[in-house]
Design a protein around this ligand. Structure first.
Ligand code: PEP
Ligand code: MN
Length: 343
């Protein structure tokens, strides 16, 4: 951290700042430097606990610059370069060489719908079934999911197909219930900063799929992941699902931030996957964005597939038909090979 004093700030003002820093007993060194006009104070070391100190309003201070990122445990440097590989089942892990494909409907609607879709995605090569029973919808008038009945359907379909399941948990008091059928707990974009929920899943023993909020920066997203890690659960998978930008001219729902994927793979040890369905909102954009995601280094995809999208109760327009998904898997195999991965 660097505290930059105003031109003409006094030695007394500088001493006052240093005194304040010392009160924190930091594992850091303090280096005051004096130029012709300015004094700056460099604080080198772990300065995270200084972030809330309002240096800017203290006498003589012009501005403060931070150097240390606010997150810690999510950093690849924290694990000394060792990547987190999230175990789902003995033979299934997210974050290794293998690209993991999660596919299924947006929402669980009926047993027949989930089963038919699950069988088709399994046959095409999906490793994990997706489907929401508790749907966090923007409008209270939209389909909210089948709730507990949906979880029962998930359990039955899991049993019949043998596929592990990722499904959303909306509130902390539902974690135990949803965990009975979920192999991965999804935290949706709208809940990315529900800190009680983050802390609660941080204390459970299920892998967590943490979606990026549609209006959140990478820093905020990583801080949300940090909440989970900090409570003891390190099995976190990050999922980029598109963000809001000014772009709406072709009716694209969101903008898929693929640079976030490439960037995250450089700075965090956590696996990163991409949801091309919510990122675009359009069926015909899902395939090209999936290819691009794998080329950019994503560890997997979360794709909406419905055996009959025209009848879907949510997100039909972005849902692939089973045959489209089959084609997607074939194309992803080729891209994976080209970037030294496999499906
Ligand atoms: C979903 O995956 O079903 C979903 C609601 O996505 P998001 O939270 O990214 O909007
Ligand atoms: Mn959806």
């Amino acid at each position: 951290m660097i505290v930059i004093m105003r031109a003409g700030a006094t030695k007394g003002e500088e001493d006052n700042i240093i005194k304040r820093i010392r009160e924190y007993n930091l594992d850091a060194d303090i280096y005051p430097s004096h130029g012709k006009e300015r004094r700056v104070i460099g604080i080198i070391g772990n300065t995270r606990s200084l972030r809330d100190v309002p240096f800017e309003i203290m006498p003589g201070v012009e501005t403060v610059k931070t150097v240390t990122p606010p997150y810690e445990k999510v950093l690849l440097s924290f694990t000394k370069g060792k990547r987190t590989i999230v175990p789902i089942r003995d033979d299934l892990k997210v974050g290794g060489k293998k690209i993991i494909l999660m596919a299924g409907p947006c929402a669980v609607e009926t047993k027949n719908q989930l089963l038919k879709t699950a069988k088709s995605v399994k046959e095409a090569g999906a490793h994990i079934l997706r489907g929401g029973a508790f749907k966090p919808r923007t409008s209270p008038y939209s389909f909210q999911g089948l709730g507990k009945e949906g979880l029962e359907i998930i359990s039955e379909v899991k049993e019949e197909t043998g596929l592990p399941v990722v499904t959303e948990v909306k509130s902390d008091n539902m974690i135990d219930l949803v965990s009975q059928c979920a192999d991965i707990l999804q935290i949706g974009a709208r809940n990315m900063q529900n800190f009680d929920l983050l802390e609660a899943v941080g204390k459970c023993n299920k892998p967590i799929l943490l979606k990026r909020g549609m209006q959140n920066t990478i820093e905020e997203w990583l801080l949300s992941a940090e909440y989970i890690l900090q409570k003891g659960n390190w099995n976190v998978i990050l999922c980029e699902r598109g963000i809001r930008t000014f772009e709406n001219s072709v009716g694209i729902r969101n903008t898929l931030d693929l640079s976030a994927v490439a960037f995250l793979k450089q700075i965090t040890h956590l696996p990163v996957i991409v949801d091309p369905s919510h990122a675009t909102g359009k069926r015909n954009l899902v395939m090209p964005m999936s290819r691009a995601a794998i080329a950019a280094g994503a560890d997997g995809l979360l794709v909406e597939v419905h055996w009959n999208p025209e009848e879907a109760r949510s997100d039909g327009a972005q849902s692939l038909l089973p045959e489209d998904f089959n084609q997607l898997v074939r194309e992803i195999r080729e891209i994976a090979k080209a970037v030294g991965r496999e499906v």
